[in-house]
Write a protein that binds this ligand. Structure first.
Ligand code: GUN
Ligand code: ZN
Length: 436
């Protein structure tokens, strides 16, 4: 008979606070020889194995993890599932990239069967990379969101998605209207929001593709339902920023366009936020809004360097996003590696503990889900990953020489990718196993 309690005997690390607030030493817990204990979908104990094994060795099925490290499942705070098929598209910056690659690809998602096929590929890719929660763009078609939520529900994943609202400056086959976008979003909210582990995000694409009327409708939806997210793009590219000031001359700045339509709250997540002024950071902080820092995308599309220092100074919440398909990898390890380089280019250092925070607990906090996911605290949901120190010959060779946890984490983050994720668990169940 198998036990309903399961335990993993392993090295374990997880983030418990932002290093910018408490200092590095107090920002994490590490158990060199730890035990993570799970009953059904929840974590019921975490600690040193010599303390917990006497309690659980007869009650739990115990898995011994050799040469590996357990941490929380990664949280991707900004990604587009319909762009899976255009990842790695050559040569353009944001606005031409949207017109030449993105919009044609998104046009296919009126077909629910096609959308489900891509949703399955996308979720498999997230899980192969150890990402257990993501804030996800659909397309303008409500079928795209039905397909995504159905696929997520089948794996019992904690996921957030929404239908794109876009009523101008896009091809005819991709535009809705203020009224239809309101009605379709409402229908999806009633069907999916807070069903099991799923949540809905009101998703105006970005200010240039919505009229003021549509942004007003988005704000109305947020008033009408509890706990909805608001997910959009902000201040990513210089041309985009100039376009926004010409389209909304009465707004003080880019963020103010959203603010004037009541779209800022502690469940609002803005992707990129690269070219912001102090007033905008201040207002993000004041409203509890978050930024998704998307380094691979910001480099790939030539958008610019995210100012993590400014976000920290203004105490703006930040999560990490892959932004696939503007971003070039589903791997949060690769994304961390590029974030490090973005910060290096500004003469600063991104410590591996800050990266651990940004990719797990920081993302969860940005999404107001820190009581459910983001670390391995007792009572939270058992979403976690097993990282393999021996995933590649180079990783093994390099880590064999590592003397500290800092070094081990930093090397995992610099050399790691999907091969490093041996297993991914969601709500206590294995949802990806690299070797079978
Ligand atoms: N701004 C508006 N739409 C998009 C998109 O699909 N990707 C990115 N990176 N930026 C955007
Ligand atoms: Zn994006």
């Amino acid at each position: 008979m198998t036990n309903s309690i399961k335990a993993w005997h392993s090295a374990i690390v997880h983030s418990i606070a932002d290093p910018a607030e408490v200092g590095i030493e107090k920002s994490y817990q590490y158990f060199a020889d730890g035990l993570l204990v799970v009953e059904d979908d929840k974590i019921i104990a975490l600690g040193e194995s010599h303390e917990l094994l006497p309690i659980y060795q007869d009650k739990a099925d115990i898995t011994r993890v050799e040469n590996g490290l357990i941490t929380a499942g990664f949280v991707d705070t900004h990604i587009h599932y319909p762009q899976t098929g255009i990842i790695g598209s050559y040569g353009e910056q944001l606005l031409d990239w949207l017109n030449n690659y993105t919009f044609p690809a998104e046009g296919e998602f009126h077909d629910k069967e096609y959308a489900r096929k891509i949703a399955d590929v996308f979720l498999a890719e997230l899980l192969r990379n150890g990402t257990t929660t993501a804030l996800v763009f659909g397309t303008v078609h409500k079928e795209s969101v039905d397909a995504f939520f159905e696929a997520s529900e089948a794996h019992n994943l904690r996921m957030i998605c929404g239908k794109v609202m876009m009523d101008r400056h896009a091809p005819e086959f991709l535009v809705d209207t203020p009224e239809s976008s309101y009605a379709d979003s409402k229908e999806l909210i009633e069907k999916w929001h807070e069903k099991g582990r799923l949540h809905y995000a009101v998703t105006p694409r970005f200010a240039p593709t919505s009229t003021a009327d549509q942004l007003t409708k988005a704000g109305e939806l947020l008033q009408e339902f509890d706990n909805l997210y608001m997910h959009t793009h902000l201040s990513e590219n210089h041309q985009e920023c100039e376009w926004v000031s010409s389209l909304f001359p009465e707004s003080k700045n880019y963020l103010d366009v959203y603010d004037q339509h009541n779209l800022l709250s502690d469940r609002s997540i803005f992707a990129h936020g690269i070219h912001l002024c102090d007033d905008e950071y201040h207002r993000l902080h004041e409203t509890g809004s978050s930024i998704a820092f998307c380094p691979t995308s910001n480099l790939f599309l030539g958008s610019g360097l995210f100012r993590l220092d400014k976000a920290e100074q203004h105490k703006v919440k930040v999560g990490l996003g892959t932004d696939v398909g503007g971003g070039t990898s589903f791997s949060m390890l690769q994304t961390i590696s590029e974030a490090y380089k973005v910060i290096q280019l500004q003469g600063e250092k991104l410590s591996p503990f800050k990266s651990l925070y940004l990719s797990t607990l920081g993302g969860a906090k940005a999404l107001r889900l820190e009581n459910q996911i983001g670390n391995l605290a007792v009572g939270t949901e058992a979403d976690f990953v097993i990282l393999d120190y021996h995933a590649t010959p180079l990783l093994k060779f390099r880590l064999d020489q590592s003397k500290t946890l800092d070094e081990t984490l930093f090397v995992l983050m610099t050399l790691g990718d999907d091969r490093t994720i041996a297993k991914t668990y969601s709500a206590g169940k294995c949802v990806h196993s690299r070797d079978n």
